[in-house]
Structures are given as C-alpha cells and as structure tokens.
Design a protein around this ligand. Sequence first.
Ligand code: GP9
Ligand code: MN
Length: 630
Amino acid sequence: MKLRFSLSKLSFALTAVFLLWIKTYIVYKTSFNIEIENTKQEFILFINPLSFLLMFFGIGLFFKSTKRRNHYIVVISLFISFVLFGNVMFYRFFNDFLTWPVLFQTSNMGELGNSTFELFKSTDIFMFADTIVLTLLARGLNKKESTVTFTKKERFAYCIAVVVVFVSNLALAETERPELLTRTFDREMLVKNLGTYNYHIYDALLQSKSKAQRALADSSEFVEIENYLKANQKEPSKELFGIAKGKNVILISLESMQSFVIDRKINGQEITPFLNDFLKESYYFDNFYHQTGQGKTSDAEFLVENSLYPLGRGSVFFTHSGNEYNAIPEILKQHGYYTAMLHANNKSFWNRDIMYLRLGFDRYFSLTDYKVTPENSIGWGLKDVDFFEQSIVHLKSLPQPFYTKFITLTNHFPFELNEEDGMVDEYTSNSRTLNRYFPTVRYTDEAVKHFITRLKEEGLYDNSIIMMYGDHYGISENHNAAIGQYLGKEVTPLVSTQLQRVPLIIHIPGGKYKGTVHKVSGQIDLKPTILHLLGIDTKNDVHFGTDLFSKEKMNFTVLRDGSFITGKYVYTENKCYDKKTGQEADSKYCEPYMEKAKQELDYSDEIVYGDLLRFYEGTNYHPEKEQKIN
Ligand code: GP9
Ligand code: MN
C-alpha cells in the first residue's frame, strides 16, 4: 500500500524518466552506430540510461515544494535533452562520442559554421518533444496547489533503488565486457555498456585524474621511458643522413586526404593526377597510417612535430598546451632555422596560437594574414589555390633556411566546392559525403600543383625538401557501405583499418631520390626522418617514431585506438587479421606485438599527462611568458 502511495507521488518524475529513457534508446538506435552482437548487449544498451536518469530526476525528491520540484524536473529534462542532442550533433560530425576536453573546445565548436548547419536535420525537433509534453503536464499539475513531500524513508528507499539499478547494469556489463573501465580508449564500448550519461560522468572523473597525474609525476618515470626509447632506437640510413642539410623544409598537411584516392579514377578521370606524377619523382610511402584521435588535424601536427602520440581523448593541443616539449621547431632553431606555420583559419582554432608558441614556431600566418573574401572562400574558408598563392609572399619574406608547415582546408567535410572548381564528377552512392569527396580531393591536387609551380618560379623548389602527408581520414566508418561500393569490396574491420592509410610523399631535390616504400609506418615517424635528412642527430631526443629510411625500421605502426598493423597482420577490435587472405587469423600471430603497441601508447600518454619532458635535460627552449606569436 505504502509503496503504491510513494509511486503515485513520484508519477511526474517517473514520467520524465520514462520519456527520456525511451528517447535515449531511440537516439542510440537511430543516431549512433553502436554494434550489437547479441540480445544481452541489446538489453544492456536498453537499460543503460536508466540509473543516471533515476538519480538525476530523483534529486527532485529533496524539494519541499511540489511546484519547485516539477520545475526542476522540466529544467533537468531540457538540460539532458540538450546533452543528448549535442552528442548526436558531435557524432554526426566526428563519428565519435563527446568527451569533456573536446566539449570545452568551444572556439572550435563555434567555428564549425557551415558544417554545423549541414548537420541539422528537420526531425531533430522531435528530440525535445518530451520536454514539451512535460512542460504542459507541469503547468496542469501546478494549477492544483497540492503539496507532496517525501519522508526520509521514502528518499532512502529511492536511493537504494537507484543503486540497485546502477550496480545491476554495471555487473551485467562486466560479464559482457570484462575490464570495461580500464580500456578507456574504446568509447563506443563504454557508451554501449554504461550509457551515454554515465559515460560523461566517468569521463569527468578521468579528466580530474589526468590533472592529478601531472602533480604526482616525477623524474623516475621519465628515466624508465627514456631507457625504453633508447633501447628501441634504430640506426639512421647512411645514404640519406644529412642529404638535405641546410635546406628549407616545406611540409604540407593535406586535409582529409586518404591513400585510397591515389592512382585511382572516378568515371575514368584521375582523382589526383598531379600527386600521381609528383610521387614518381619522390619517395612515396603507400603503407603510411594516420594516428590521430579526437584532435584531428591538430593531432596530426602533434605527431609530426613531437613524435609523441596524441591522446585517447580530447585534443592534446587543448588539454596540454602548457607542457614542456622538444618539438622540431625548437630543435631547428638551434640549427639556424626560421620556423613558420601557414594556415588561413582563425588563429585560435585547435588552440594553435598557444600551442605553436609552445612548440617553438617563430611566426604563425593565420586568417588575418590572408585576404579572405566571399569570392575566394568556400566551406571552411579560403580556397586552397588562393591559400597557396597568397602564402608565396609570406614564404618569400622568411629568412632562409626555413622550416614551414602549410595546412590545406578545402577538402574538409562537408566537401563543398564551387561549380567552376569541379574537375571530376561526383560519385553516385547513397553517401552524399563520399560523392562530394572526390571533386574536392581533385581540387586540392590542383592547388598543390599550383603551389609547386609557384615554388619553381620563385626559385624555392630546388633548395627545399617538400613533404606532404594526409592528416586523417575524410570518410568515416559511417560511409563504409558507399566506400565499399566504390572499392568494389566489402569494408571489413581489416579493410576499415587499412583505409586509415594516408599519403606521404617526400621530395628531395636532386632527381635521384625516389621510389615507393612499402614499409608499414605512421605519422609518428616523421620527426626523426626530417631531422636525419637535415643531418641532425637524434640519439638524445625523445621520440617514439623511427627514421623511415632506416634499414632497421620495423614493419609496425600503432593507431590511436590501439589497433596495429604489421607486415602481414592487422590487429583491430581485439581480433587478428591476415592481410593476404583478408580473413581472421589465429591471435598468436598478433600477440608478439600486443605488448609493444600498448607500451608505446601508455608511455607516450605518461609523458603527456605527467608533463615529463620538463625532466628532459635537452629541453632548452623556454618561451618567455610575455612573448606572443604573431
Ligand atoms: C581547421 C582545420 C580543420 O583549422 O585544421 O580541422 P579538422 O576538423 O580537420 O581537425
Ligand atoms: Mn583535418
């Protein structure tokens, strides 16, 4: 009797819980791509929003006034609906779940601009339907001036119920997924088992843990890692060490460029005709992987400049811009180089202005250094051809030798292009994203061609090494069906991992330095490669990569999600695959590398979270506090 009485008092709160619960489940099924293998997993997914919702709405029990309690319930419902909606938007764009550090990158979120607009769907309005219903209900209820309060006992019973629901959820999840809470780089697994709301709380705990980690770290951790890295160092290539000594360095980060477009056609037309020719007079790496996480372009930059892995969550450019580093610009400064970044976007995007200063760049040519008009922009901003053309003036103004990095922008989701810039057809599939990807890739190819022509005209081509790399994927797993249609094969987890290959082209003047390198490698390897080409010794440097030209370079690279690739095998989603047969292989073939893959990521994370490079004796560039990058 008593229980029934309490339940009826709770009816408004429980209605709110029920509506949000069902809504969350519908959103799981319609907006996220959560792989479900059996009924138990489906059941966990179904119940997982419940504990959090019961807890949050349950706080209402402590309100004495019914009116205020109902008010609280409506506000909380609206708030949680926004959180859910934010997750949906984020997922549409990044194919990933939100994390706290990313959420606070508001400057980025604000500037998604056109992309954000593209992400809205008219049906999104239904995401707030339950809040509207609740508001109307609350109005009705509030007219009746009755006061309902809860006794201590009732509150206690409610708390017990919440704990029981939560613990049952967790226990069920543990049977399905042991070590759930320690394998944190798999966000999908966490959301699948804990639910999107509990996951946010868990993520917040992780965030505070990472803050504490710096405070607790000491130099002995660093010594251990240094020893590991020294033991794994490889001899640089004798033929190529110092081959570009004193030369300028021009790095080009090719936005969203994946390797699968190289040497391929769309309706009989080459997608990257210029790059296809250029790579023939250069070194081309066809098994080169991006290793980025949520920080996308900025993660790729972090990898290149530091030969450290980005983080499993958030963008390290944001979360750890205060750390001590020993990046390429800092090192090159000691060898007489002037260092500059060129990218026609708002300087604070990805926290670049702060981070570039940390990494030791002398100059950052950003949005305000370019003439950007509606005529010369599309999508995210200045079109690549105009970007390169306008950059030439800046480049010419730099003292030589210089080290520079250019970041292209046009080939960025949602892959918009003016009609007159279209040089190949769009593809025809049910993925509008993939369809539009090809013409924008083709456009960037043309822009790079223009840049190279201009470098030649300005006499900068022959005294510079030019390196181009794809920063990260452009086509996410959401489009696997369409990409499978284009490639003419099913996109299995193995294929999906191999699709993380991005082009790497290294052009060294002289005509004789060329060839295709098949060795498995990643962005982590660029720092030692660049330094060695310039004749700079790296024996005492802290880096996880290996010189790409070293004869001893292992056929191995690890991706940020813990997947790894060797000469013959691919390990992903806890399964080992044979590259040749395309089939799952016995896990014993991948086992020898598992420890190394984990060790690499763990050690690198330790360095970043603990800010361990502050214990590195070679770090001798300390930017003054008042110094500002232009
Ligand atoms: C923005 C550009 C694109 O400045 O680097 O960022 P992304 O979304 O690819 O990380
Ligand atoms: Mn990018």
